[in-house]
Design a protein around this ligand. Sequence first.
Ligand SMILES: NC(=O)c1ccc[n+]([C@@H]2O[C@H](COP(=O)([O-])OP(=O)(O)OC[C@H]3O[C@@H](n4cnc5c(N)ncnc54)[C@H](O)[C@@H]3O)[C@@H](O)[C@H]2O)c1
Length: 426
Amino acid sequence: MSQKKITVAVVGCGSRGNAYASSIKLMPEKFEIVACSDIIPDKMERFAAEYGVPAEGCYPSAEVLLEQEKLADVLFICTMDRQHYGHAIPALKKGYHLVLEKPASTDPKECMEIARVANENDRHVVVCHVLRYTPYFRKVKEIVDSGVLGKVYNIMANEGVTYWHQAHSFVRGNWRNSDETCPMIMQKCCHDMDIFLWITGKHCKAISSFGALSHFKRECAPEGSPERCTEECPAYATCPYSIERYLHHAKNGCFGWPLDVVSPATNYEDFRRDLLAGPYGRCAYKCDNNVVDHQVVNVLFEDDLTLTFNMCAFTNEHTGRGLHIMGTMGDLVSNLDDNKIKLTHFRQGIEEVEYIDYSAETDQFGHGGGDYVLVSDLYDLLTGNMPNSVTSINDSVESHIMCLAAEKSRVAGGELVRIEDYVKTL
Ligand SMILES: NC(=O)c1ccc[n+]([C@@H]2O[C@H](COP(=O)([O-])OP(=O)(O)OC[C@H]3O[C@@H](n4cnc5c(N)ncnc54)[C@H](O)[C@@H]3O)[C@@H](O)[C@H]2O)c1
């Protein structure tokens, strides 16, 4: 008996749209992409060619796609942060289930409204908290749920952004300015807050935060540096944030992420031309960025559970997401980028827990295989083999509220924000 195929439409054929489509392509018996849209025709055409979307399924914008009769079972919303709400509400009313990129919205009231409209129309909204789908975090949760750590009272966690990733995304790139998108703690770490809520199974009661944009600003620029990053700059050879890194990869023929965000070119000369002319060719100290480059967050959960969280730009690429979960019977030390979890039972000693499911299939899609598993779970959800999504909009809202509360605290110099009071102000 042949399987039911789930039909898919994708709005936003950028990095994320392509990431999910790559996973979908590996499951041709389960999914078919029948429609797509992007306001950049080149991107849409390449997407359509790569994933076999027919010409009549290609639309010049999400808005035009949403004017049509319902085209597919599920719509992947992979446009930019502030567009999600405007695309989600009409799509739900048309009857689409949604896979919705995070942040679901930069305004928690809009997140709640998406949840309300989804429930009213009996539609699933899967928010792309991809970490919940990784074998790594699933194993961490399994260990905590098993009770071997005893009662967990403290978590120490860090998000090492990586020095060049900060310069790419949060200084020169898409998420550099919170007036256009959202605060960095929301953009980068609503995932982390979501994971803490999920792993602990507890609600957040209060939060405080410090942080600043301390380095990527004009007064820190190397002496004599020009507005754009060029070899003429006296610091070109030593600056970790120079464009040399992009050019090095392009010379070696590597045009995948993040180079594909800079330019669609797949040859060195065209890539260099686009880089030098565009926003990613600016001096990293002379951009219109305003998001932080380091931030700490203190969280109080129910039952006295405390968390310290540290997001920082100035890390090497192997720092990743680190986690130390401390319980009364043992502790757990791990990192998303490793393939082992160090579990210490205070009486019995150390155990190394292997969890990896880094099969060639999943690993190539990043996020520790999370993107692939999200798509795979979606099939089970939409064919009735899974009652609820593990990252439903209803569950996602609290992580967004935590991030915005942290930002409120940071902006107010670290003042305590009680979630109960904060929610009343929304
Ligand atoms: N889940 C995750 O871990 C994760 C990781 C990175 C980014 N994101 C989120 O995913 C979203 C997309 O990020 P990205 O990195 O793919 O960005 P991107 O810029 O690569 O892709 C966005 C695409 O949307 C297109 N677009 C803009 N307006 C449109 C419209 N009206 N109709 C159709 N297409 C339109 C753009 O042209 C672009 O191609 C963002 O909200 C981002 O915060 C999530």
